[in-house]
Design a protein around this ligand. Structure first.
Ligand code: HXC
Ligand code: NAP
Length: 281
């Protein structure tokens, strides 16, 4: 395992933490999904990444070959139930079972709600909400048969705070949060843990392209993060790996926020400023 190929802090988990685990990461070829996939593979898992564009798979596949990792890729659109069923059947044919599913694939862009077309709404709801359920149902069935497993969903804090300009994504992520808690409760009897993580803004090509298209926007957003910077995909992935590891074996139905304080109420007063009582003013 090399620090340049896996999330930098991945060594905080013992070598072989995910040995012989079969993992699926949707959108596992880019951004956060890529870092989670690298971490799982570096720690011994057999990882399959699933997304639309095969060009996005090359980096992990090449890295896997160089490092002797077990990594495979499949081309699917998670909005299409038949694609998800086909990918599940292909994986099960090869491995017999699946232990870990990371529902990471997403689509997003900023658009005032009154201008959002029906098709644009459907595109994002389809990827985030339908895709998460389709994958959970298909891979979840195998986990039930096999006697357990775990699912990690990637959401965003605006699932409960709301946020202007992203009604499609916020609504979809809120649905995924409800799905997380529902499936955690429903499938606990099968030994399946279902959790979520809500990252704050972190650098990725998809986020940069759709949410902060130039440096001026990025800087405006960074200034709103109490800890003063965007996160990195690597550091968010570390939390994901911890949540997927045996160290989190008693955690289910939970959503962990890792956002540099972004979702805290913005200060009404300047930090450190003393507001005098009226009688002392
Ligand atoms: C308004 C838009 C639009 C935009 C697309 N549409 N982009 N409307 N503003 N910027 C509309 C199109 O006009 C079309 O509607 C409909 O959406 C579908 O567009 P397509 O391009 O045909 O869709 P598709 O090829 O399926 O692509 C899906 C996508 C795209 C979601 C639109 O952006 C994508 O593939 N994104 C994947 C990567 C990504 O978004 N990553 C960001 C993750 S960050 P009409 O009516 O014209 O047909 C994240 C959380 C961030 O999720 C949280 C920060 C805290
Ligand atoms: P990203 O690199 O754009 O990742 C999105 C991935 O989803 C891509 O690999 C894409 O691959 C895949 N995907 C999109 N539509 C798909 C579809 N229909 N079927 C299958 N795969 C599809 O963005 P990211 O920033 O790393 O986002 C990862 C996760 O973090 C997402 O759930 C996102 O909502 C969440 N998140 C991100 C931020 C942030 O600031 N970046 C903040 C909070 C939460 P293909 O193009 O190959 O299909």
């Amino acid at each position: 395992m090399s620090a340049t190929h896996a999330p930098a802090g991945v060594s905080f988990l013992p070598d072989g933490t995910f040995q012989d685990r079969v993992a699926v990461v949707t959108g596992g070829g880019t951004g956060l999904g890529l870092e989670i996939s690298r971490g799982l593979a570096a720690l011994g898992a057999d990882v399959t990444i699933l997304s639309r564009n095969p060009e996005h798979h090359t980096a992990l596949l090449e890295e896997g070959t160089r490092n002797g990792w077990r990594v495979t890729a499949g081309t699917i659109d998670v909005r299409e139930g038949k694609d998800v069923s086909r990918a599940t059947a292909e994986l099960l044919e090869r491995t017999g079972h699946v232990d870990i599913l990371v529902n990471n694939a997403a689509g997003n862009f900023v658009c005032p709600s009154e201008r959002l077309s029906f098709n644009a709404w459907r595109a994002v709801l389809g990827i985030v909400l339908d895709g998460t359920f389709f994958c959970s149902r298909e891979f979840g069935r195998s986990m039930i048969e096999h006697g357990g497993g775990q699912i990690l969903n990637i959401v965003a804090t605006y699932a409960w705070t709301g946020m202007p300009g992203v009604v499609h994504s916020a609504s979809a992520k809120a649905g995924v949060l409800a799905m997380t808690k529902t499936l955690a409760s429903e499938w606990a009897r099968h030994g399946i843990r279902v959790n979520a993580i809500a990252p704050g803004p972190f650098e990725s090509q998809g986020a940069a392209g759709n949410l902060w298209p130039d440096e001026e926007w990025a800087e405006r957003l960074r200034k709103q993060v109490p800890l003063g910077r965007f996160g990195t995909a690597e550091e968010i992935a570390l939390h994901c790996l911890y949540m997927l590891s045996p160290a989190s074996a008693w955690m289910t139905g939970e959503c962990v926020v890792v956002d540099g304080g972004s979702s805290l109420t913005p200060s009404w007063w300047n930090a450190g400023e003393h507001v005098k009582r009226k009688k002392d003013a």
